[in-house]
Write a protein that binds this ligand. Structure first.
Ligand code: OXD
Ligand code: MN
Length: 578
C-alpha cells in the first residue's frame, strides 16, 4: 500500500497527497473546496440541505464504451465484446500518459470497501485520484476508512488528465479530450484517464464491482452482476428476495425503490445497480450489494414515477448535469409536468430557452443508501440475502412479452444470453437502436462472453436444486400500434413481482408457450387494463420468434469456439417448440 501510494506520487507529481478517511468533517471540507473551485453550486439549504449541483464539461457526460479496454494477456480472453490491447504496451502507454498528470493538484488516496465490511464477499480497493469531486462521490458510493489501508486491495488509478501550471486558472470540471478507461484482468488493476464522470471515474462501481469483479467471480466461483436487489413481502409477512438485471437507464432504480400498488405487499430495497452472488453453505444463492450509494438517472424521476427516490434525494445529494431553478433548487424533465416558473439555468449553465433539454438525459443524483426510505434491514448483512428469483429485463417496443418464466436454469441462462434492449443515454452513442446486451453486462463483463455464459451454467450446478432461483424475463416497454405503452409500469410492476413470488411457492398456475411460461389472466385482477392490451402484451408472434431464433444463432456463432453446448441445445429446443 505504502509503495503504491509513494510510487503514484513520485510518478504523477501532485502538489500534495491526502489520504481520505471518510469522516463527515472530511466530506464537509471537500464540499467547501468544491464550492470554492466552482465545481459545486450549493443548492438552497432550506429546500435541499447538504446538496450541491455540479455541471460537467459538455463532452464528459456518460460512460465511453469506445474508450474502455480490457487488456487481457491473450486477446481472445477479452472476447469480441471488449476492446483489448496488449497489457504490456498499454501499461507503458499509460505510464507515459500519467507522468506528471497531477501537477498543480492534490492527490487523494481513497481506501474503500465494496460490500458489508465484515463480509467474506467484500473487496477492498484503493483509488488514487486528482479530482475532489470524485473523492467526495466515493465517500458516498463506497465505505471509505483508514481501516482498509492495511488489507490486500485492488489498485484503482484515476486522473482527470489536466495538470496545472503554476498560476494557471483551473476550470470547474477539468478533464481531457483523450480518455482511457483501462482494466488489467490478470493483475486486477484499473487505470482511468481524462474523464471525471460517473462510471468512468468512480472506479469502485463499474470498473471494480463489475469488470474486475466478474473476472474474480469466474476464478473464485461467484458472480458479479449488473442487478438490483429487492425484497418483496406478502401480507402474511413472508419475504423473498429478487435480483434483476436491466441495461443502463432502463428503470432499475425505479424498480428497486418501487412503491407497491398492492395492499399488504411491501417492497424493500437492498441495492439498485450491482449484485455480487455467492453460493452459501446451505447451497442457496446469496446476494450482497457492494455499493454504499445510488448513482441514479435523474430525468423521469418524479413523485409519480418514484416517490421513494424523491424522498431519498431531499438532502445530502450531489446532482450532476440537472437544471437549476430560480429559487436555488434542481429540476429535470419529467420531475413535474410543467417546468417551474422563473429563470431556469440548463445543465450547460445557460439560461434555458425552454426548447432544448434543461437537464442532460444522463444527468444523475448521487446519494448514500442510508437515505433510502425503504432500505431493507438486511442490506448490509455480511452473509447477504437469499435470492429466490432472477429477472432479466430490457426496453423493447415490439415483440417481447411482458413476462416469461424460464423452464429451468439453463433456459433462464438462455434468456439472459439473448437479452437485448433499445440504447439509452447512459453510454455515448445513438439512443433507440436495439442492441444485444447479454445479462445487461455487455459493457461490464471483464472477459469473453462465451466463458461468462458457461460460468452462469456452471453456477447453476453449484446451487442446491431445492434453492435454484427461478428465472424470468420482463419487458415493461412494449408499445401498441398507435405508439402508446401497453403496460402502466412503475408501481403496477409489483403485480408481476407478486406473480413471481407466488410462482416460487408453486401455488400459482402458469400457461406454457413455445418460449416460456406466462401468467393466467387472474394475475391482473383489479387492474384497469383492456383484454386487448393484455393480449397484445403477451402476443408471441411466430415470425418474430423465428427471427429472434435466427439472430440468436448468428450471435452465438460470433462467440465460437466458446459458445456453451447447453445454449446451442436451447436453440434446438426453441426451434422445435416454434
Ligand atoms: C450506471 C450505468 O451508471 O449502468 O449504473 O451506466
Ligand atoms: Mn448500471
Amino acid at each position: 500500500m505504502r509503495e503504491f501510494i509513494q510510487d503514484s506520487a513520485r510518478h504523477f507529481l501532485p502538489s500534495d497527497v491526502y489520504i481520505c478517511n471518510g469522516s463527515s468533517e472530511e466530506q464537509k471540507e471537500l464540499a467547501d473546496l468544491l464550492v470554492q473551485n466552482g465545481t459545486f453550486i450549493a443548492l438552497n439549504q432550506d429546500k435541499r440541505p447538504g446538496s450541491f449541483l455540479a455541471r460537467s464539461d459538455p463532452d464528459d457526460v456518460a460512460r465511453i464504451e469506445k474508450r474502455t479496454f480490457i487488456c487481457s494477456n491473450k486477446q481472445e480472453d477479452a472476447g469480441p465484446s471488449n476492446n483489448c490491447k496488449d497489457p504490456v504496451e498499454m501499461k507503458a502507454h499509460l505510464k507515459s500518459l500519467f507522468h506528471g498528470c497531477m501537477k498543480g493538484r492534490r492527490m487523494y488516496v481513497i481506501p474503500f470497501c465494496m460490500g458489508p465490511k465484515d463480509s467474506q464477499a467484500a473487496k477492498i480497493g484503493i483509488q488514487i485520484t486528482d479530482s475532489p469531486y470524485v473523492a467526495y462521490s466515493m465517500t458516498i458510493m463506497t465505505k471509505v476508512s483508514h481501516e482498509f489501508l492495511d488489507k490486500p486491495f485492488i489498485p484503482c488509478i484515476h486522473s482527470v488528465g489536466r495538470p496545472l501550471e503554476a498560476g494557471e486558472k483551473d476550470s470547474p470540471w477539468p478533464c481531457n479530450k483523450e480518455k482511457w478507461i483501462v482494466h488489467f484482468p490478470e493483475t486486477r488493476e484499473i487505470w482511468s484517464y481524462g474523464s471525471g464522470y460517473g462510471g468512468n471515474a468512480l472506479l469502485g462501481k463499474k470498473c471494480l464491482a463489475l469488470r474486475i469483479a466478474s473476472v474474480l467471480g469466474r476464478d473464485e466461483g461467484w458472480m458479479a452482476e449488473h442487478m438490483l436487489i429487492l425484497a418483496l413481502s406478502n401480507p402474511q409477512g413472508v419475504k423473498r428476495y429478487v435480483a434483476a438485471a436491466f441495461p443502463s437507464a432502463c428503470g432499475k432504480t425505479n424498480l428497486a425503490l418501487v412503491k407497491s400498488c398492492l395492499s399488504g405487499w411491501k417492497v424493500e430495497c437492498v441495492g439498485d445497480d450491482i449484485a455480487w452472488l455467492h453460493v452459501g453453505e446451505d447451497g442457496a444463492l446469496y446476494a450482497i450489494n457492494p455499493e454504499n450509494g445510488f448513482f441514479g438517472v435523474a430525468p423521469g424521476t418524479s413523485d409519480g414515477s418514484n416517490p421513494n427516490a424523491m424522498e431519498m434525494i431531499k438532502k445530502n445529494t450531489i446532482f450532476t448535469n440537472v437544471a437549476l431553478t430560480e429559487d436555488g433548487d434542481v429540476w429535470w424533465e419529467g420531475m413535474t409536468k410543467e417546468p417551474p416558473s422563473g429563470t431556469i439555468i440548463d445543465w450547460k449553465g445557460n439560461i434555458w430557452d425552454r426548447k432544448e433539454l434543461a437537464a442532460h438525459p444522463n444527468s444523475r443524483f448521487t446519494v448514500a443508501v442510508k437515505q433510502c426510505p425503504i432500505l431493507d434491514s438486511h442490506y448490509d448483512d455480511p452473509k447477504g440475502v437469499r435470492i429466490d428469483a432472477i429477472i432479466f429485463g430490457g426496453r423493447r417496443a415490439f415483440d417481447v412479452p411482458l413476462v416469461l418464466e424460464a423452464d429451468n436454469w439453463t433456459h433462464g441462462v438462455f434468456f439472459g444470453a439473448n437479452l437485448s434492449s433499445e440504447k439509452t443515454a447512459a453510454a455515448e452513442g445513438s439512443v433507440g437502436d436495439i442492441r444485444r446486451d447479454p445479462f445487461a453486462m455487455l459493457p461490464f463483463c471483464g472477459y469473453h462472453m462465451g466463458d461468462y455464459f458457461q460460468h452462469w451454467l456452471d453456477m447453476g450446478k453449484k446451487i442446491h436444486p431445492n434453492y435454484l432461483p427461478k428465472i424470468y424475463q420482463v419487458n415493461w416497454f412494449r408499445k401498441s400500434k398507435d405508439g402508446g405503452y401497453l403496460w402502466p409500469g412503475f408501481s403496477e410492476n409489483v403485480r408481476i413481482l407478486r406473480w413471481i413470488f407466488e410462482r416460487i411457492g408453486s401455488d400459482c398456475k402458469a400457461i406454457s408457450t413455445p418460449i416460456g411460461k406466462i401468467p393466467e389472466i387472474s394475475a391482473f385482477e383489479g387492474l384497469e387494463i383492456s383484454k386487448e392490451a393484455l393480449d397484445e402484451l403477451f402476443f408471441v408472434g411466430h415470425a418474430a420468434e423465428k427471427k429472434n431464433l435466427l439472430d440468436a444463432k448468428k450471435y452465438f456463432s460470433t462467440l465460437e469456439p466458446r459458445t456453451p453446448m447447453e445454449l446451442k441445445q436451447e436453440l434446438d429446443r426453441l426451434e422445435k417448440n416454434l
